[in-house]
Design a binder for this molecule. Structure first.
Ligand SMILES: Nc1ncnc2c1ncn2[C@@H]1O[C@H](COP(=O)(O)OP(=O)(O)OP(=O)(O)O)[C@@H](O)[C@H]1O
Ligand SMILES: [Mg+2]
Length: 356
């Protein structure tokens, strides 16, 4: 049995809850599996998941900024620059020199949770990553594209080689399909895909399949140099959808309870993709035959977290440690009801339970 389960939390649509889900799942999984270890790799330059994990609000922002401004940043950028500047023949740096023990920054977090912190410089750095991936192969065995794309896969492997615990790896991603998102796709075996109950989620679901697996027939001009084509040519497997999270966000929807977490349109699109290409999804004991079976097997609804979610993210506190009553958020007094917190926790636990 592999010691690692790796999941990228990805949908190439913004604001669907990727970072929030990364934060809650990482903290909860670590809490209920104290004998295992959890690694979050933040491959989004916005670094929202890192900020929440490191204390939320301005504490979290300051902690991320502190790590980004080390002489060698203790972040995804520090690791990437060291590896790329060393070149493909160089020994890998020690991954633990770059990992942050989350509990030492934020005592609310479990002790078995580690972070390779996000960094805003990932965005300005991306042309350098692209250039390294596109470098000419100077010997027959060199494959610069593959070597660069697998940097975080090797990072995970070297973490596990040093610490033989069982690891859950969660990679937070950016909605753009930038080079660093390609690196995230190349590092994870599976996907947790949050979707909202609106039409744009259905469109985004189709776009995800094209980005990962390519278009049929391929585009006559750029079809040969897409990530999907290059991954195929280099024998790189792309991650499979493991669970679709129907996120009941209220912000664009009005009262979310009026809608199914996963809209019929999105479910139909995803089910059609599943029927045409079952290997785009992780396998189950029995194949889903109907859209309802598909929803039951592959999707989990996430309720609207409301004030509980806002306070948890603002204070960097896992839901299980969130106390009812009044909290100060951005100078305002907000009220949290314990019953609501428990309901949110049940929803997160249902999602955590799928990460087997
Ligand atoms: N289940 C939920 N209930 C209530 N609010 C939520 C829920 N999930 C996410 N949100 C809120 O929705 C907003 C967007 O969430 P988040 O930042 O996690 O999305 P994202 O997909 O990471 O965005 P981006 O694409 O910009 O990285 C945040 O304000 C977050 O607090
Ligand atoms: Mg995000």
């Amino acid at each position: 049995m592999s010691l690692v389960k790796s999941y990228a939390v990805w949908n190439n649509k913004g604001g669907v809850g990727k970072s929030t889900i990364t934060f809650h799942v990482a903290s909860r999984y670590a809490e209920i599996n104290p004998e295992k270890k959890v690694l979050v790799i933040d491959l989004c330059p916005q670094s929202n998941a890192s900020m929440m994990l490191l204390g939320g609000g301005t504490n979290g922002e300051d902690a991320v900024l502190g790590l980004c401004t080390h002489a060698t940043p203790k972040t995804v950028v520090g690791y990437l620059s060291t590896v790329i500047s060393g070149g493909s023949g160089a020994a890998l740096p020690n991954p633990f020199d770059y990992l942050v023990d989350v509990n030492s920054h934020n005592p609310n977090m479990p002790e078995n949770l580690f972070l390779l912190c996000g960094d805003g410089n990932l965005e300005p750095m991306s042309p350098a990553i692209t250039q390294a991936a596109g470098a000419p192969a100077l010997t027959p065995t060199m494959r610069p594209w593959l070597w660069v794309h697998q940097i975080f896969r090797r990072f995970i492997e070297s973490v596990v080689a040093q610490d033989g615990s069982e690891w859950l790896v969660l990679i937070d991603t950016n909605p753009s399909f930038a080079i660093y998102t390609e690196l995230a796709m190349s590092a994870a075996d599976r996907l947790v895909t949050p979707v909202n109950a609106d039409d744009s989620s259905r469109v985004a679901a189709n776009a995800m399949f094209i980005l990962l697996h390519g278009q049929v027939p391929p585009h006559p001009i750029y079809g040969s140099w897409t990530f999907a084509a290059q991954a195929h040519n280099h024998g790189l497997s792309v991650p499979k959808i493991h669970v679709i999270v129907g996120n009941r966000l209220t912000q664009n929807m009005g009262p979310a309870t009026a809608f199914e977490a996963l809209s019929d349109a999105s479910a139909a699109t995803l089910f059609n993709a599943y029927r045409a290409h079952p290997t785009y999804f992780t396998g189950r004991a029995a194949a889903a035959q109907t859209v309802d079976e598909f929803k039951r097997t592959y999707s989990v609804p996430l309720r609207d977290f409301n004030t509980a979610g806002i306070v948890a993210a603002h204070k960097g506190v896992p839901l299980s440690r969130l106390e009812g009553g009044h909290h100060q958020v951005h100078g305002s007094r907000v009220q949290i009801n314990n019953v609501r917190v428990d309901e949110c926790l049940v929803a997160v636990d249902a999602l955590v339970a799928t990460l087997t």
